[in-house]
Design a protein around this ligand. Structure first.
Ligand code: GLC
Ligand code: MG
Length: 684
């Protein structure tokens, strides 16, 4: 059972845009439901919404029931007020709706197995059904009140405060929370009091990639754009975004205007919504359009830039195709972008991208490997990244193909499969068996150790299936959600625990066998001695270190890129010492630098796991390939170094006891395990 209370929901042909709440989240819901219904394991779907009078539509929004398809029905519940209400006004109806829903469920011939609440207000009602009938509920926020608050967008502060309170309630009570991106799971939610990353799962939403993949550069698109341009056949730098300040279209016009190379090589096309007269636009939109016009004039870009006044939704795929045929690049210059749907559309259309390194785009570009990320505040950097993508035709072709291929994974059926698998696990996965002091624990790094070679992954998975008495834990530099994502892609079984962000976070599989519990004791221990802001300021002063993207900066992990200067770690340590700041500095792959609270490493986190499970040292085996594994390999009695290990690890002192596998990656791990298990480390 899905609950979605806002806007105008109907079984077919939703009237998108008829009210300001009839938009993206309804589309998401309808696409999810349609993919979900096509799975034979799903018996029935009810979508519950509110009944209201809608004098503005010919449709009857009071009807108690509509049929969506053979399995799916739309149920409308009445509340006290008969009229249509905006989302800010719905709160007065939630008690009525909860009572009506509880009565409906009590009467229904079959109780739903799960309730899925969409948006914070629906979570209030779902929690009421959970309290009354014990049906577990899951939650998708669609967008978050705290993010809106941080961007100063509160026209109605009381409504926003209420929404945030509902979101807190949802986070506290939902069995599982669905997010669309790492940005949402790891940054947007992080400021909530009830933030519990172990119960949040990222399930990529689908896009209609076929529409973009198969699009041709139609005559209409050509007519729309070519009339602006003196040389319309030049490569195109394309941006498509509403003209709100956050989208930073002005930054792109500046980057283009200031770069003689770009102005010479390419045209700029900006599709910024539609308008009749500027004066009729909402103030923010009008103001941003005015600033764009001024910049175009200032840099004298006439004949090089197209900014059509009007376009139809169906022109968009053809515009991407038009840019692709010209060997162009799509640019998302946003200062802050929670998801970045246009980047996926561009990927599907085979158009390489340049995007600012801000949450959503970071996720998409690193997954699709179809372009470059640049800092949102670096105008020159934006221009040079675009130049690079346009300059190298072979690379352009590779990025184009990568994007097309990866965009296929953003598919609603794929989404529904993962969604159902998670629900099924919540329902039926067995509680993890307690780790006995005699169990054997394998703690394994991910990148370059478990993954990085397909045969290795297959070999490891086959070995694991036959050795399920060995408890698997992960120790990685990645964040928790990023780690779960790669493990799932590689088909590796859900680990019993994860040490993430280079030892600064620890998660244990919960009793539902599906979600994870964060190790709070570890958090408290680290928090005691971590002057994060001082350390960040100090490291920023060291020449040659560059901060990694905001997503990689964690509460107890500051991360940098160092180029290939091997002395840089020493320089950072020296600088910290001079300032009297204590921290652990870990250099890996010759280019990553992680700064953590003093004494923290994957090795320290493994010791914590051992304590927690009461395991003697001889029951624990660790495996790794790079500098961020060094401490864990040094501190453990039984260590496996895979054959493809990095130079910095080979040179690390204190590793003579380690088993050096002849094979690389997953095959090396299996080889090492066979060595240690055969050598008499036994579980009984
Ligand atoms: C992973 C992390 C990165 C870290 C690196 C080395 O790639 O994402 O932040 O610096 O591991 O530990
Ligand atoms: Mg590694």
């Amino acid at each position: 059972m899905h609950i979605a209370l806002q806007g105008c929901l109907r079984a077919n042909t939703v009237e998108y845009g008829i009210t300001s709440d009839t938009g993206g989240h309804i589309q998401y819901l309808m696409q999810l439901v349609s993919a979900s219904a096509s799975d034979p394991r799903v018996e029935r779907i009810d979508i519950v919404t509110r009944a209201f009078d809608a004098p503005f539509s010919a449709h009857d929004y009071r009807r108690a029931e509509e049929t969506v398809n053979a399995k799916t029905r739309l149920i409308r519940l009445a509340s006290g007020k008969p009229e249509y209400l905006d989302k800010e006004a719905l709160h007065t109806e939630l008690d009525d709706l909860t009572a009506a829903l509880n009565a409906y469920i009590a009467r229904a011939p079959r109780r739903p197995d799960f309730i899925h609440a969409h948006y914070a207000d629906a979570a209030e009602v779902a929690a009421g059904a959970n309290a009354c009938h014990g049906i577990p509920f899951v939650f998708t926020a669609h967008s978050l009140g705290r993010v809106k608050q941080a961007h100063g967008g509160a026209s109605d502060p009381a409504a926003l405060a209420r929404r945030i309170e509902y979101e807190e309630g949802a986070l506290a009570r939902a069995a599982l929370v669905f997010a669309s991106s790492r940005d949402e799971a790891e940054l947007q939610y992080a400021d909530y009091e009830n933030y519990d990353p172990g119960r949040i799962r990222i399930v990529r939403p689908g896009i209609d990639s076929a529409a973009f993949r198969d699009a041709r550069p139609a005559d209409d698109a050509h007519a729309l754009l070519a009339r602006f341009l003196t040389e319309p056949d030049k490569p195109v730098i394309l941006a498509i975004a509403r003209p709100v300040a956050r989208k930073n279209l002005l930054g792109l016009v500046r980057a283009y205007g200031q770069s003689p190379t770009l102005r010479e090589r390419a045209n700029l096309v900006i599709v910024a919504g539609t308008r009749q007269r500027l004066a009729d636009l909402e103030p923010e939109l009008a103001e941003n359009m005015r600033a764009l016009f001024e910049a175009i004039d200032e840099y004298d870009l006439h004949g090089r830039i197209a900014y059509p006044k009007q376009h139809r939704a169906e022109d968009i795929p053809a515009i991407y195709a038009w840019a692709r045929e010209r060997g162009g690049v799509f640019v998302n210059p946003a200062l802050n972008e929670p998801f970045g749907l246009t980047l996926l559309e561009a990927a599907a259309a085979g158009l390489p991208v340049v995007a600012t390194d801000s949450g959503g785009p970071n996720d998409i570009v690193s997954y699709c490997d179809n372009g470059e990320l640049v800092s949102p505040h670096d105008t020159d950097g934006l221009a040079t990244a675009i130049e690079r993508v346009l300059a190298d035709r072979r690379r352009w072709g590779r990025l184009s193909r990568n994007g097309r291929r990866a965009a296929l994974d953003y598919d609603w059926h794929e989404h529904a499969n993962r969604y159902h698998a998670l629900l099924a696990d919540l329902d039926a996965a067995p509680a993890p068996a307690p780790v006995s002091p005699r169990a054997r624990l394998l703690v394994c790094d991910i990148d370059g150790t478990l993954v990085g070679c397909r045969t290795g992954v297959r070999r490891f998975n086959a070995w694991q299936a036959e050795n399920d008495d060995v408890v698997l834990a992960i120790a990685t530099g990645r964040s928790f959600h990023s780690a779960l994502d790669v493990l799932e892609q590689a088909g590796i079984r859900r680990p019993r625990c994860l040490i993430t962000s280079v030892g600064s976070e620890i998660y244990h599989l919960a009793d539902d066998g599906t979600t994870y519990r964060r190790d709070h004791g570890w958090v408290h221990r680290l928090a005691a001695n971590w002057p994060r802001a001082d350390i960040a300021a100090c490291v920023a002063d060291v020449p040659g270190v560059l901060a990694q993207s905001p997503l990689e900066q964690r509460r107890f992990k500051l991360s940098y890129l160092t180029g290939d200067d091997p002395a840089i770690a020493t320089a950072v340590r020296r600088r910290l010492r001079r300032e009297g700041l204590k921290a652990s500095v870990i250099h890996s792959h010759g280019c990553y630098l992680d700064v953590l609270p003093l004494g923290v490493s994957k090795g320290a986190a493994v010791a914590r796991l051992r304590d927690r499970y009461g395991l003697p040292p001889e029951q624990v085996i660790v495996a790794g390939d790079s500098g961020n594994d060094a401490e864990m390999l040094r501190l453990s009695q039984q260590s496996i170094i895979v054959a493809n290990a990095e130079a910095e690890l080979i040179a690390y002192p204190g590793l003579t006891h380690a088993y050096r596998a002849r094979a690389g990656h997953g095959r090396g791990v299996v080889e090492g395990m066979q060595y240690f298990l055969g050598a008499g480390v036994r579980a009984s």
